[in-house]
Write a new protein. Structure first.
Length: 347
């Protein structure tokens, strides 16, 4: 950063303050798409989140070019427009961007819109610090208030109906793994075949902050996984039905089949399409630890292995885990087999 010296007085005899001029730390990339890749590799984004960031920034690539982002089937395989990153400083862009963001907010849920806006602002801020752009066209775009989530956990009979649905092996395995492991949906979708230890019924995931943790499953998942993996030895565990489009990051492509990693958005769409058949619409859990709406009803779960002798309703909706599935000591995930009453907690 260079500081210009004070050479004259401003109007009215007031002293003109030193002016900072940002000097680019490196040559600006040729396009906004290239700037996105430079951000993902240079800003310290964890590999487990880079894919989500790339999807959000690709969506914003259309809007930063002054075009509406495609939605639904039209967005699959669509390539964002190519334009120089310096075009983000166009004085007319903020007004156009505000209109496009408002139109998208009317079509998408508030959580998705807010997440994409937050990611876009982080990338723009990083580009500013590199000296590639000067302004932030997202200033003035407000976050949307998220409505309260009133989706209830599935009851036991609804869970049983879910297992009876005639769906693909991929969906059966994915839902079973979520239910038995109590892991986040996006963590499970980031699993690779080489991260699994079937003989121990556990898998290695990258949690928030880049920490390595383990998830454990039961016999239901153990029976389905070999059929899903087939003869694959590496690559994403859950795959799309189509070949990966050109430009898909290598980490998200199966080297043996050429298919891409299943996205959270598509997995959520499939889940929503099927859950009305079991009694109520539901959504996958993404934002917090736990099996979420793939839970049994809270009233059915009790502490059966704590000093209270099962007298208290268990705090976790899914009930206690059997001993073989309890997390290893020292992990960040609390044991779900304990009642929350202080008198029931073991030292």
């Amino acid at each position: 950063m260079a500081i210009e010296p004070v050479t004259e007085l401003g109007s009215g005899g007031a002293l003109r303050l030193p002016c900072a001029r940002v000097v680019p730390l490196s040559a600006p990339p040729a396009s906004c798409t290239a700037a996105v890749e430079r951000y993902l590799t240079g800003a310290g984004i964890a590999k487990s989140f880079a894919r989500i960031y790339r999807i959000s920034l690709t969506t914003w690539g259309w809007m930063l070019a002054g075009e509406p982002a495609p939605t639904g089937p039209a967005r699959r395989g669509a390539k964002p427009p190519v334009f120089p990153v310096a075009a983000i400083d166009d004085p007319a862009l903020p007004e156009v961007l505000a209109e496009l963001a408002a139109a998208r907010a009317d079509e998408m849920d508030a959580d998705t819109v807010n997440r994409e806006l937050s990611i876009a602002r982080k990338a723009i801020g990083w580009w500013q610090r590199q000296g590639w752009i000067d302004g932030d066209p997202t200033i003035g775009i407000e976050r949307r208030p998220a409505p309260p989530d009133r989706t209830k956990a599935l009851a036991e009979n609804e869970i049983a109906a879910l297992w009876r649905l005639d769906v693909a092996l991929r969906e059966k395995t994915f839902w079973k793994l979520l239910y038995e492991s109590a892991a986040r949906a996006d963590e499970v979708l980031c699993l690779n075949v080489e991260d699994l230890y079937p003989q121990d019924e556990r898998g290695k995931i990258t949690a928030k902050g880049g920490a390595t943790e383990w998830i454990h499953w039961q016999s239901g998942t153990a029976q389905l996984l070999p059929r899903l993996i087939a003869r694959r030895t590496r690559g994403p565990l859950f795959l799309t039905d189509r070949k990966a489009p050109a430009g898909t990051p290598t980490l998200d492509v199966c080297p043996e089949t050429g298919r891409a990693r299943l996205s959270y958005r598509r997995a959520d769409e499939i889940f929503e399409e099927n859950t009305p058949a079991v009694g109520q619409p539901a959504r996958l859990t993404r934002g917090h630890r736990g099996p979420g709406r793939l839970d049994a009803a809270p009233a059915q779960a009790q502490c059966v292995d704590t000093p209270c002798g099962g007298q208290h309703v268990h705090a976790d909706a899914a009930g206690p885990l059997p001993p073989c599935l309890r997390p290893f000591a020292g992990t960040l995930r609390p044991s779900r087999s304990r009642c929350r009453r202080p008198s029931c907690r073991r030292a």
